[in-house]
Design a protein around this ligand. Structure first.
Ligand SMILES: Nc1ncnc2c1ncn2[C@@H]1O[C@H](COP(=O)(O)OP(=O)(O)O)[C@@H](O)[C@H]1O
Ligand SMILES: Cc1cn([C@H]2C[C@H](O)[C@@H](COP(=O)(O)O)O2)c(=O)[nH]c1=O
Ligand SMILES: [Zn+2]
Length: 279
């Protein structure tokens, strides 16, 4: 649905956007994932999926030793602590693609993996995560994360699962608790992909709450549908579900266009009301 919507973005209703560039959709057509930009804050200087350097092994050993002598936790560490990697950005910035790459890299090293996405996202397919380029990977489509262990099987989860990928993380109300427990107490590596902000640039769900407990945070960017520059934000451009990635200038410009359009619509519907009331 989105693939189609984005290809028809510059519709008559978007005339104000197209004023800035004669053929803005060329940017999305030409865009490949490799051209999207990334900035990663690696809190402990290791890459998300690479095997840890020796300093990390030392840290894990120390933490393990601490866990053995600690009796305060109701969930004593049975293995090394896990990791949390967070991938955020606007729509079409490559979050699902990145998640998929990282998950496949983990799988290739022999790790047992599982991918979960919110069942609120039914755009392409419910049983798979699907990138906007059509790449797919089977997943658990769930209403919340707390139901995952039971569905996956407690024993299988505890003893065999190494890596959990979470897509559309902004829709999970229990994201923070799930990730903290999985990484801190259950030794899982959790790779989380989701929107940091909504179309009003407000924080979305609890994705941002993960930052203080994350190993790495990667903010991806897309390409502005209007000018082709780096897109940081997602703009809602039509109905309830048509979005496009935009740069800061065009986000601001789009907001003022929308405000003006709303004001015009309001005043004209008021005029109609007045006229109607006179008839
Ligand atoms: N308007 C667009 N702007 C940028 N990328 C787009 C657009 N439309 C489709 N794409 C494609 O979407 C891909 C990213 O898809 P995906 O990983 O699913 O992103 P996200 O999960 O961040 O929404 C890009 O590599 C690009 O090929
Ligand atoms: C900006 C924005 C998005 N959504 C929805 C629309 C999609 O279902 C997902 C984002 O998917 P993607 O993998 O990042 O392309 O979120 C929303 O509900 N509200 C918003 O403001
Ligand atoms: Zn722009």
């Amino acid at each position: 649905m989105f693939g189609v919507s984005m290809r028809t973005l510059i519709s008559p209703s978007l005339a104000p956007f197209s004023l800035h560039l004669p053929k803005p959709s060329l940017f999305s057509t030409a865009l490949r994932f490799s051209s999207l930009t990334t900035s990663t804050i690696s809190i402990n200087n290791r890459s998300p999926t690479n095997s840890p350097p020796s300093a990390i092994s030392t840290r894990k050993l120390q933490t393990k030793a601490t866990a053995i002598t600690s009796s305060s936790s109701s969930h004593p560490l049975s293995s090394s602590p896990g990791e949390i990697h967070v991938v955020v950005g606007p729509m079409f910035s490559g979050k699902t693609t990145t998640l998929l790459r990282r998950i496949l890299a983990e799988k290739e090293t022999g790790k047992k993996i599982a991918v979960i996405k919110s069942n609120k996202d039914t755009r392409y397919c419910t049983e798979s995560i699907v990138t906007h380029d059509g790449e797919k990977f089977p997943c658990w489509s769930l209403p919340d994360l707390s139901s995952f262990k039971e569905r996956f099987g407690f024993d299988e989860y505890e003893n065999r699962l190494d890596v959990i990928g979470i897509d559309e993380a902004q829709f999970f109300g229990d994201l923070y608790e799930f990730c903290r427990e999985a990484a801190d107490k259950e030794g899982k590596t959790v790779i989380v992909a989701g929107l940091d902000g909504d179309f009003k640039r407000r924080r979305f769900g609890s994705v941002l709450d993960l930052i203080p407990i994350a190993d790495t945070v990667t903010k991806l960017t897309s390409r502005c549908e209007v000018c082709g520059k780096r897109a940081l934000f997602t703009e809602l451009i039509g109905g309830a579900e048509v979005y496009m990635p935009v740069c800061r200038s065009h986000y601001v410009c789009g907001q003022s266009v929308l405000e003006t359009a709303r004001a015009v619509l309001d005043s004209s519907s008021n005029k109609h009301d007045v006229v109607a009331s006179l008839l």
